[in-house]
Ligand binder design. Structure first.
Ligand SMILES: Nc1nc2c(c(=O)[nH]1)N[C@H]1C(S)=C(S)[C@@H](COP(=O)(O)O)O[C@H]1N2
Ligand SMILES: [Mo]
Length: 306
């Protein structure tokens, strides 16, 4: 592998600098549910991070793994492909269309859309269906805050996120491995949960393209594939939207995709996982350890709604 093609972590612009350049962040202090604030490019200390059962004491997955072992099929299906193929991906300027069941349908620049929302750090586990997991200090803001600003109508029961479609920049879209563009969606109460964030950075730095720059979703109690990357469209809907993996292989990937050790993927058990960098497998926790979301699914048969 031509190592010189990959920027060293220290060459990546610290997210704070980048955000200042784009001039859209108001640095207010965070209280309550919010986590630690990123200031001056320094990664906030772990002790200031929100208490998240199951992940709080876990060791962080190293930067090299977080940004070098990725799923982003638009840039290839190998875990090393996104880092190799996404380096020239153009993320500035970036526009996001807001449409569907919302008071004002329009296209925003990324800056306009998230102006004033508080960027914080959240240490979250990402659990993948293939049985690996990592613990990542994401930088982002609560999706809830954005949704409240956008003002969905009474009929908005779901919110859908669409990834950029650009065959020239995203070579993977030239093959029919998935129905493009990549689409993910959440039920409105899932989207409004304070654990659900939109991510613009990682490790206190600008989100690298392979991780879904400039903005991606992160839902820590769901399998990784629910976290759509490089989002260009947010649509509020009355009915449950079609989502990419569910459409591609419905028997294997449901709409909900909650991490659940008791519901196996047809081709492999979901009872254990391998934390990247560790040797022994660990037990997978219900809702990835984020038990506070259980009430969202009360009365639902999670083997049916997987
Ligand atoms: N647009 C898009 N988003 C995507 C994917 C993808 O292929 N395309 N892969 C998903 C899967 S399966 C996982 S596990 C996570 C991986 O995120 P990471 O590379 O930042 O760890 O991104 C998710 N978001
Ligand atoms: Mo995944």
């Amino acid at each position: 592998m031509p190592r010189n093609h990959h920027p060293h972590p220290s060459e990546v612009t610290p997210e704070s600098v980048y955000l200042n350049r784009r001039a859209f962040i108001k640095r207010a202090s965070v209280a309550g549910i919010g986590g630690a604030l990123i200031a001056g490019g320094v990664v906030a200390k772990q002790r200031n991070a929100p208490r998240v059962e199951g992940t709080f004491d876990d060791e962080l997955t190293p930067w090299e793994t977080v940004t070098g072992y990725n799923n982003f099929y638009e840039f290839g299906t190998g875990k090393g492909d996104p880092k190799k193929n996404a380096q020239d991906f153009k993320t500035d300027p970036w526009a996001i269309e807001v449409t569907g069941e919302v008071s004002e349908k329009r296209t925003f620049s990324l800056e306009e859309l998230i102006d004033g929302l508080t960027i914080e750090e959240r240490i979250y586990r990402l659990r993948c269906v293939e049985g690996w997991s990592m613990v990542v200090p994401w930088n982002g803001f609560m999706l809830k805050d954005l949704i409240e600003r956008l003002g969905p109508t009474e009929d908005a029961n779901f919110v859908e996120f669409t990834t950029l479609m650009d065959r020239r920049q995203m070579p993977g879209q030239n093959s029919p491995i998935l129905p493009w563009p990549y689409v993910e969606a959440l039920r409105m109460d899932e989207a409004m949960h304070p654990l659900t964030i939109m991510v613009t950075g990682v490790y206190g730095k600008t989100l690298p393209p392979q991780n879904g720059a400039p903005i991606r979703l992160m839902v820590p109690w769901k399998y990784g594939f629910k976290s759509g990357k490089s989002i260009v469209k947010i649509r509020f809907t009355k009915r449950q939207p079609r989502t990419t993996w569910n459409e591609a292989i419905p028997r294997e990937y449901g709409f909900y995709a909650n991490v659940n050790p008791e519901v196996d993927h047809p081709r492999w058990s979901q009872a254990t996982e391998r934390r990247l960098g560790e040797f022994f497998r660990r037990d997978t926790l219900m809702f990835n350890g984020y038990e506070e979301v259980a009430s969202l699914y009360e009365g639902m048969d999670l083997t049916r709604y997987y």
